[in-house]
Design a protein around this ligand. Structure first.
Ligand code: ATP
Length: 440
């Protein structure tokens, strides 16, 4: 679906209650978004799958939920206070603002604005810190400055010792966390691709120095394969290796998993070999020993860290883009979101074919029963064909219809979204059938 433009996804998201612009009734807050009834379900499903595969299914990773506000020294140690900056340039002519590192060389040479084309109109770059600042307590003075975290990883580093002492994890092991991050991005945009408030899912895997390259390769493979669990097409994913000029100062190696968005190949997730940079810095700034003692080899060392870092919002956008299709049928075009059933917000819709003869009551009973296990939706309004279309567009993988035959033999039809095929099954077998089709 290379031709899908992001605008179609924006419009579908608003129309069907996936994603709304923040504070729209007040004229919106730029680059902030709210998740509606369908979006919030989908986001939870994505987070659950990440957590299940990164924490629940692995004995070598444990979870964490650190506070968003942290001691300001954390951000000095991490380098964010001095280094978390983007070079910012403005066009004097059209007033558009850009990140200098995102402007094509051919424009930069002539200081030409990539938007309005005016030659010589770009200002010199200014460094701009991306961290949001606020104050703790009633007095707004320098001593009370705190930051909204720009990444979740630091919460993991500062708890490294706590986790070791309390859980007896032995290297190699990881700590995983999902949580909000905030960046005062200069060039947000492309819907939820780059926002100022977003959610990250990060995992820091602590390893013995010298074993870092082996684990780096292992995590690259695990993470790129993970996306097929969400149903994302393999051909739309690739690795991009950071060249020397792109590599963060602390990183030994970095690969992005990129997705082929309508706006081109862009980063979806980063996998970084951060060496012992972070723990060493925190040891230095906090004056606390953050080394690890390996009781088998009797060695003491600062572990290396392999990081996997992705944005939940960006994954959600990727799933919408990857699943969106305007499918040509004989007499019409249907919009269908081919979401993997595991991430679909609503797993099944239940319809009475008509609003009489006891069909609604029968369908309501099925709905009530299914609600204990799945998110389901009941709909009795309009022609059944239109109801199917509405569910196709919302990504609902299955529709259960109660018709006159149901009243005779207690069977219902189950229609599958992608193939539109229907089969008839006993009404009391619907729950097992759905469970099988969603989870197996
Ligand atoms: P960029 O260079 O594009 O600003 P980054 O390399 O700084 O991004 P990371 O710090 O590696 O990004 O963040 C890890 C992941 O968090 C990204 O792969 C992306 O999925 C997500 N992410 C980062 N910034 C944003 C944002 N502003 N909005 C939404 N998701 C984001």
């Amino acid at each position: 679906m290379a031709a899908t433009d992001i605008e179609k996804i924006v419009s579908l998201s608003k129309r069907r209650g996936f994603i709304f612009q923040s504070s729209a009734i007040y004229g919106k807050l730029n680059a902030c978004y709210d998740y509606g009834p369908l979006g919030v379900e989908m986001k939870r499903n994505i987070k659950d799958i990440w957590w299940k595969s990164m924490v629940q299914e692995r004995e070598d990773i444990v979870g964490l939920d650190a506070a968003i506000l942290m001691h300001p020294r954390v951000w000095e140690a991490s380098g964010h206070v001095s280094g978390f900056t983007d070079p910012l340039v403005d066009c004097r002519h059209c007033k558009q603002r850009f990140r200098e590192d995102e402007i094509d060389e051919k424009f930069l040479e002539k200081r030409q604005c990539p938007r309005c084309g005016t030659v010589g109109s770009l200002t010199e770059a200014r460094q701009f810190n991306l961290m949001f600042k606020t104050h703790m307590g009633p007095v707004e003075e320098n001593a009370s400055v705190v930051y909204l975290r720009p990444e979740t990883a630091q919460g993991i580093y500062v708890n490294f010792k706590n986790v070791i002492d309390s859980s007896r994890m032995k290297i190699p092991f990881g700590i995983a966390q999902i949580g909000k991050a905030f960046r005062n991005e200069i060039t947000p945009g492309n819907f939820i691709f780059r926002t100022r408030e977003f959610e990250q899912a990060e995992m820091q895997f602590f390893v013995k120095p010298g074993e870092d390259e082996k684990f780096f390769e292992m995590w690259k493979e695990i993470r790129i394969n993970w996306y097929s669990r969400l149903g994302i097409k393999k051909e739309n994913l690739r690795f991009h290796q950071h060249g020397k000029d792109e590599l963060a100062h602390y990183a030994k190696a970095a690969f992005d998993i990129e997705y082929k968005y309508p706006i081109g190949w862009k980063e979806l997730e980063g996998i970084h070999n951060r060496t012992d940079f972070d723990l060493s810095k925190h040891q230095e700034f906090s004056n606390k020993d953050l080394s690890y003692f390996d009781d088998k080899t009797r060695e003491r060392f600062i572990p290396y860290v392999i990081e996997t870092s992705c944005g939940i919002d960006r994954i959600l956008l990727t799933c919408l883009v990857d699943g969106y299709e305007e499918e040509k049928l004989e007499n019409e075009t249907r919009t269908v979101l081919r979401l993997d059933p595991k991430i679909a917000p609503v797993k099944a819709a239940i319809f009475p074919l008509v609003k009489k003869d006891g069909m609604p009551e029968y369908a309501r009973k099925i709905e009530k029963d299914l609600r204990k296990s799945f998110m389901v939706f009941y709909d009795e309004t309009g022609a059944v064909g239109r109801r199917y279309r509405r569910q196709d567009e919302a990504g609902t993988p299955f529709c259960i219809t109660v018709d006159s035959q149901t009243l005779e033999d207690d069977t219902v039809t189950i229609r599958e979204r992608d193939s539109m095929q229907q089969i008839r099954i006993p009404a009391n077998g619907v729950r097992d059938e759905l469970r099988k089709r969603i989870w197996e």
